[in-house]
Ligand binder design. Structure first.
Ligand code: GLC
Length: 428
């Protein structure tokens, strides 16, 4: 039985935080000195969440076709979106919003049967005990290169402070994992600033699983996570095991009104198809405005993607990794019983599209969105040598979907692809 996560295929990532007030980069803007820490934190005063409606978010997520969501409960800036007993730095205590965003989010999303994911930054560049040690205890020779938010600048480690920080982190995690009902997924970020030993692994992972043994944790945990999270660049080689590709719609995780570098709906659908073709998920990010509303352009992408997913549901859910591009110049998935092959057509065909190496007999080919049946021809092949011919499927431009077209091939038996290098036909 496959894991729910593998079957989920699409998730929506939400980067919501005080960085949306000025529309600057989440946390990194002060870390990289684009703005002073003080000015960055002044955004607390402007974070109102005045139009925030978790039901609207949940509705949009549901309409996008996603089966899970992941919200930034705390980014590297240390500002919690939840009501925490262990720090004053939260939108509940320090902003005019005065609301537990995480609670409203978790309730609304869970109610719709969408799996609840929590992003939690292991890094906390605001906590006074965080910058107390060096990565793996290695004190760099050139101390001038040390970023004061990450490590001490004087070359002296304070292990007792680090211990205190870990305790604080555990406390906050106990809130995230314990106060909002069942959390399905924990999405860590920032593990890279400390070693596995410094994070207290593997005991740390056991502690997290004690809240919910079925909890799934992403791989940003110094080798102890459950699935890989390539980011922004689609993998060319399929990552091993379960995996998820996280990506922005424009180029920013959080709301940055000046970023107009938007991907088109067609590009997003193709990216999604690429991920599921390699047996992975796509975690598509939105960055709500400080008032909690979502930019129209992002909303449109989610709705458009959802429309495509709904129309092509059977090629998406309940499927597995497809066939290699050497057989088919596009993406593909295979049904769990392996008797149906779904081919993704990305571009306009001339007169037909070409599938090589298929050993099975085809029972029927349909264009999924219109249910139109297509004809095909097989050329070449040496059946008595078990070398299949080439299948030419007559797909005309007018039969295509406005975005990605899906062809459904019903096969006799379980899909079988030829992997040889041909042969000389020594007898006829
Ligand atoms: C990076 C960044 C962070 C962002 C995350 C999402 O690791 O540190 O800003 O939240 O990617 O994948």
């Amino acid at each position: 039985m496959s894991h729910w996560f593998e079957d989920a295929k699409l998730g929506i990532f939400i980067h919501y935080g005080i960085y949306a007030v000025k529309g600057i980069a989440e946390s990194w803007s002060f870390y990289n000195k684009q703005i002073s820490y003080e000015d960055y934190m002044k955004q607390l005063n402007g974070f109102t969440a005045s139009a925030f409606d978790a039901e609207k978010w949940a509705d949009l997520i549901e309409k996008s076709g996603a089966r899970y969501a992941v919200l930034t409960t705390k980014h590297h800036d240390g500002v919690a979106l939840f009501d925490t007993k262990y720090s004053d730095l939260s939108v509940v205590k320090k902003t005019p919003a005065k609301r537990d965003i995480v609670k409203e989010y978790a309730d609304a999303v869970r109610k719709r049967g969408i799996r609840v994911g929590m992003y939690f930054s292991l890094i906390d560049w605001s906590h006074p005990d965080y910058a107390s040690v060096y990565q793996n205890g290695e004190i760099p020779e050139d101390l001038s290169a040390v970023n004061p938010f990450s490590s001490p600048v004087d070359g002296v480690e304070h292990p007792e402070k680090w211990e205190r920080f870990l305790e604080f982190n555990n406390h906050q995690l106990s809130e995230v994992l314990g106060n909002y009902g069942k959390v399905d997924l924990l999405w860590f970020d920032g593990d890279w600033e400390r070693s596995a030993k410094q994070w207290g692994l593997p005991e740390f992972k056991e502690y997290l699983k004690s809240f919910n043994p079925e909890l799934i944790i992403n791989s940003r945990l110094q080798g102890y996570g459950d699935y890989k999270t390539p980011e922004q660049g689609i993998p060319i080689t399929r990552p091993e095991g379960m995996w998820e590709f996280c990506t922005t719609i424009n180029s920013s995780w959080g709301y940055q009104p000046g970023d107009n570098h938007y991907k088109s709906l067609n590009q997003i659908i193709r990216m999604f198809c690429d991920c599921i073709s390699m047996g992975g998920n796509m975690l598509l990010d939105i960055g709500p405005k400080e008032d909690g509303t979502v930019d129209e352009r992002q909303e449109e992408i989610l709705l458009g993607l959802g429309k495509w997913v709904k129309t092509h549901e059977e090629a998406v859910f309940g499927t597995e990794e497809g066939i290699m591009n050497r057989y088919w110049l596009g993406g593909s998935t295979i049904s769990k019983d392996r008797k149906t092959l779904y081919l993704f057509v990305y571009d306009q065909p001339r007169e037909c599209v070409c599938l090589k190496g298929l050993c099975n007999k085809i029972k029927k080919i349909t264009v999924l969105h219109s249910q139109k049946e297509l004809t095909w021809e097989i050329h070449g092949g040496v059946p008595w040598f078990q070398i299949p011919g080439t299948t030419w499927i007559s797909l005309k431009p007018e039969d295509c979907h406005e975005n990605v077209t899906v062809l459904k091939l019903e096969l006799e038996g379980e899909v079988e692809m030829y992997g040889g290098s041909g042969a000389v036909v020594t007898h006829n």
